[in-house]
Design a binder for this molecule. Structure first.
Ligand code: GLN
Length: 478
């Protein structure tokens, strides 16, 4: 029977004739059907995936692997364009919109031999931390179906957690890959700002957005990152820096790191006691393994969530203005109304509550009279955060923190309290504010039975050390 541990092991099994791409696809489509109650996938491309698997198997029979991701079964968050397939950002606003081109990451996956299995549920326009803001209902955590998956890339996280695909791609503006990865006990990475092309990614907040990867191992993350990162003539915001050979250099057990953690983060009143205790005890294991881990002051921590929500809502209000029922998106059926009423009705009907809240907030912080107090101030804080971060990386190789202050909560428990939901993003928004890469690795199990992770961060474009350190620390898993 088909089983999956790593892409490398899958390729060995393929080469030894122990499995086929068709078998892999059928295994996952069956698993998706059996786990439909998790609501991770909005659409499954079974026929197409089997067809592609047959072609890949035929090529492999002649000894040709299509590329480093030959036969790798991948799911895409419903914000990544896939030519000829529906793309909705889990919003009624986009309804039955069909992509007319592939995102660059989609192109790169396909060119490397991957098989795209389906489109994954998420918070509407990637706004949320629980996947409860999807127009298509929440995603359930496979460890406890009464609990949220996390968000916004909840479907993508649960798909990997529950073994419904090998790899998922999500997007991360303030934690949307790392936070659900933490809640679901999988690996989730948000690379540096500018490491991966965003051509074909539905924009939320453009100076924060990055595409990220979910997988079960750091090794697979490294391989997929190597494939999808790099310069792109369709996205001039991507760095021209060469992509390092992450997958072949990932094992570096002799390297000892200098890590810092923020005192304010590990002693934060919102941090769950068991998460705090297990993180401190893991720090001891790291020190015993020869790494230096030191506490440092970071008096800007309380500003990160407000700064993030001022800046991202401002950018969102601009990015989402295109969905007006004329250029893009749902148009009201109301008749006998003038142009302004038509825009208003279309946007009111098409967007969900959370998206409306953010558009209103964003328009408010940008409006004349409030601009300096909110938007300009938040930009100044962002600058301070950058300066402080540069200073920290002058002395340390990496920063660690919990990924989230609590484990996955019960569906519905926080949906009436947006502020509480925002505040729980305290650890994940910081890397996006300063553009550095960050990963959540699944190290721990809470006494309540739910998984949780550790977040690691390195200098911009130092994904190599981020992955090498992560691989080492996975070996110390308690
Ligand atoms: N939870 C954060 C928010 O709601 C992060 C979302 C994201 O990274 N897309 O904005």
């Amino acid at each position: 029977m088909f089983g999956f541990t790593t892409i490398k092991a899958f390729h060995t099994a393929l080469q030894n004739g122990q499995t086929t791409c068709v078998e892999a696809v059928l295994f996952y489509t069956k698993a998706i059907a059996q786990n439909a109650h998790l609501n991770a996938f909005l659409e499954v491309y079974e026929t197409e995936a089997v067809e592609r698997a047959k072609q890949l198997d035929a090529a492999a029979a002649n000894g040709v692997l299509a590329g480093p991701l030959h036969g790798v079964v991948v799911g895409l968050k419903d914000v990544i364009a896939h030519k000829g397939h529906t793309l909705t950002a889990s919003s009624k606003m986009l309804g039955t919109f069909e992509s007319v081109y592939n995102a660059t990451v989609t192109e790169k996956l396909l060119a490397a031999g991957a098989i795209i299995i389906g489109r994954q549920n998420c918070d509407e326009f990637a706004m949320g931390s629980s996947n409860e803001n999807s127009a298509y209902g929440p995603v359930c955590n496979a460890a406890d179906t009464n609990k949220v998956s996390g968000g916004s890339s909840g479907g993508s996280a649960v798909a990997v957690q529950a073994g419904l695909c090998m790899i998922s791609l999500g997007s991360d503006t303030g934690g949307s890959v790392r936070q659900p990865a933490d809640f679901c006990g999988v690996v989730g990475i948000k690379p540096s700002y500018g490491r991966i092309s965003r051509y074909g990614l539905i924009a939320y907040a453009s100076s924060f957005d990055q595409i990220g990867i979910f997988s079960t191992t750091v090794e697979d993350t490294a391989l997929v990152l190597e494939v999808i990162a790099g310069a792109d003539e369709y996205d001039s915001t991507v760095s021209q820096r060469p992509v390092e050979p992450y997958s072949s250099a990932i094992v570096a057990p002799e390297k000892k790191y200098r890590l810092a953690y923020f005192k304010e983060a590990l002693n934060h009143p919102s941090l769950d006691a068991a998460i705090q205790e297990q993180t401190f005890s893991f720090i001891k294991s790291m020190q015993a393994a020869g790494h230096t881990v030191e506490a440092i002051d970071f008096n800007l921590l309380e500003y990160v969530v407000p700064t993030y929500y001022v800046l991202t809502t401002a950018e969102a209000s601009s990015n989402l203005s295109r969905y007006d029922g004329v250029r893009f998106g749902h148009r009201t059926n109301k008749v006998g109304i003038d142009l302004t009423e038509m825009y208003k009705a279309s946007r009111s009907e098409g967007f969900g509550e959370e998206v409306k809240r953010r558009i209103l907030l964003g328009t408010f912080v940008l409006s004349e009279g409030f601009f300096d107090a909110y938007f300009t101030k938040a930009q100044q804080v962002r600058q301070l955060l950058k300066q402080r971060t540069d200073a920290i990386f002058g002395e340390y190789d990496a920063i660690l923190s919990p990924t989230v202050p609590s484990t996955a909560f019960t569906i519905g428990a926080k949906s009436d309290d947006p502020i509480e939901m925002f505040l729980a993003d305290i650890y994940t928004v910081y890397p996006n504010l300063v553009g550095i890469p960050a990963i959540s690795i699944p190290l721990f199990t809470h006494p309540n039975g739910m998984p949780f992770g550790l977040q690691l961060m390195t200098r911009s474009f130092d994904e190599m050390n981020l992955l090498q350190l992560s691989a080492q620390l996975m070996e110390l898993k308690p």
